[in-house]
Design a protein around this ligand. Sequence first.
Ligand SMILES: Cc1cc2nc3c(=O)[nH]c(=O)nc-3n(C[C@H](O)[C@H](O)[C@H](O)COP(=O)(O)O)c2cc1C
Length: 259
Amino acid sequence: MRPEPPSGSVVSNHAKACVVNATLTQRLGIRHPVILAPMGGASGGRLAAAVSNAGGLGLVGGGYGDPAWLDPELAIAAKAAQAPWGVGLITWTANRQLVDPCVSYGPAAFLLSFGDPRPYAQAIKATGCTLICQVQDLAGALMARDAGAEIIVAQGTEAGGHGGLRSTFPLVPAVVDAVAPIPGVAAGGIADGRGLAAALMLGAQAARIGTHFYACREALSLEAMRPSAASQRATATRLRAPACSTLCGGSNSSLKISP
Ligand SMILES: Cc1cc2nc3c(=O)[nH]c(=O)nc-3n(C[C@H](O)[C@H](O)[C@H](O)COP(=O)(O)O)c2cc1C
């Protein structure tokens, strides 16, 4: 029998941290701690359903909320997913005329990102959807917690699309500690099992992954961009503005993605 390490020591704290918490997977009813990022225009119903049917949580990427795009994609997800799936909107363009129709398709989870979730949080939760908020700093994390978020995603600057200024792996433990016991998720620069394992060791209960899924055939990514997303090297990353990176001729995070 292995002796117990002295209480409070670095070893015992590390041992406690290594216990993977399954609260999030149980709450969402998923088998794997992987969440598809709701990439606006790229995470359509087919990709969301594929991720959910494979045991993760697929999120349809509603982006800025164009109903002409959203309605058919939500209908595809609702029909094709045989497991919980969800939808994500960019909060700063959300309104009840967008939120309510999304909920009518029966998503199990609703993600709000980039902005104040408080105007919609209670309405979303009242429908039975799990409210997930993506944040880029501690102030955003505390706002999401106070709004009633049930899962909080810490999005580091490595993330594709819009992003904040703090790097993923320093940000994740800070957010996890600040919002506990609300489950935290890591986003930004994670694309394989090692990255997921590292995120779990930092206290996240799942990884939210975008760029890697952008290269999938089920994604509605631009045909011309897909091969380059799978083959470009990290140095192809471009920064468009201090807080906003974009796919620019290849992968937009420091990832080497396998086709
Ligand atoms: C092409 C693309 C579009 C994105 N669009 C959105 C979006 O509309 N809403 C959102 O919340 N996040 C969006 N994201 C960011 C993701 O939610 C997530 O934080 C990010 O993809 C994680 O980092 P990774 O790309 O390194 O996996 C987008 C990411 C990419 C790559």
